[in-house]
Design a binder for this molecule. Sequence first.
Ligand code: ADP
Length: 480
Amino acid sequence: MKVLHAAAELFPYVKVGGLADVMGALPQALSNEGVYVRLLLPAYPALMKVARIYGTHASYPDLMGGGSARLLLADVPGSVPIYLLDAPGYFNRDCGPYDEWGDNHRRFSALSWVTAQLALNGDAEGMRPDVVHLHDWQTALTPVFMSLSGSAHRPKTVLTIHNLAYQGVFPQYILDEIWLPHEAFHLNGAEYFGKINYLKAGLAYTDKITTVSPTYAREIQGKEGGYTLEGILQRRSKDLVGILNGVDELVWNPSKDPHLQTPFNIKNLKLNKGYNKKAFQREMGLNEDENAQLFGIVSRFDAIKGLDLVIPNIDYMVSLGAQLAVLGRGNYDMESAFSWAAGRHPGSVATFTGYDEGKAHRLMAASDVLLVPSRSEPCGLTQLYAMRYGALPVARKTGGLADTIVDVTSETLKDGTATGFLFFDPESWRLGEAITRAVSLYKNEPEIWEKIQTNAMAQHFTWTRSAKQYAKLYKSLLGQ
Ligand code: ADP
């Protein structure tokens, strides 16, 4: 079975969020399950720098008005074979992949169109996938191009929603710029309140839809979680399935993590996690105090992440003797609010405004608690990493957070399944209650705390498990 994955991010080269982590791990896990996988990504400078190019598989004299382009086949360290869409007019840009470029509609329609051509016609060596697996709005037009091509041999398609909040919505007048057949522009297709919605179009034309947790698969069919697409998702309900993401053991393993001075495991947890805590407190300018309960945040600063619920709790947390370390960037008000809190509480609150992979690892290793108060969370990876590193999540019971964290209650303590603290209402005082529970257990019941930590560390959200489910889905599509 040959499967082509197309996406716009790939860890560690181009990463905005969890999508990159998925693309860095899932293809390899699928290969281990016997699926032959290739990727297709834009030839971003970060990828071209490390790519070993094998050949050119197609050339386009003028790709959607962006100048000439080529489809290359390459090897990139750590990845399965990868097609790179070398369209310098579109992708030879530093900065983030989707920063507010005025031509994003053409950049990602071009990516989708080329993916469709490869799927329908094969590459120069006649290699053609059986299944094309698309990820998020940036590649979502692929099934539309494929379906409307008139080709008798259309491979099957899977479209994964990594976050329904981002849909790729553009004004109608771009229709002629993106080579999309006008027949796609209808109520049950690309049309969206008089505009064009790439994700909605993909949802209408793809064979199967997946999202990254079973709870999120349910939530997005409701009014609150549907981001206006609940209608189409309800209609496609029998083709929609939630498959949880996993943890890449090669990247997130506390016993072999090159970002840590003192790696650790369940057996030497207390001592070695303590070393990591002190080292990180020093790194962040927090008071070096192994006994202070350290809360961490690693997140994009986006309204969806619910970090505004944390701000009113900071003084309270400090008054309880806790510390807070924040790693993130994004919304300016949020950046300022955390920096202001750090200024008010030197030694107890520290913030690093930016993106830093190594710091994220060290924060997980050092923290006792990771705060994940997301208003919506398709799967969430940080809570999985935190658990693996013995930091208990305090999280909102939504999406993948609800599917991966078992709340501390008298029953879950008794049956030994507890792994974190959940709250439901997106209110700061509700988060405050969950924080209070975490503080009180940490202070008063250290042995129970340690028991929960070891339980959390023993959770195995493996990519093997996810890959088996995707492989089963592909087989069902192919009638196998
Ligand atoms: P999302 O995809 O919505 O951003 P996820 O929890 O699925 O949320 O994935 C976030 C990924 O980005 C994780 O790998 C997390 O460690 C990483 N991350 C987020 N912010 C930062 C940051 N400031 N520095 C380093 N890594 C970060």
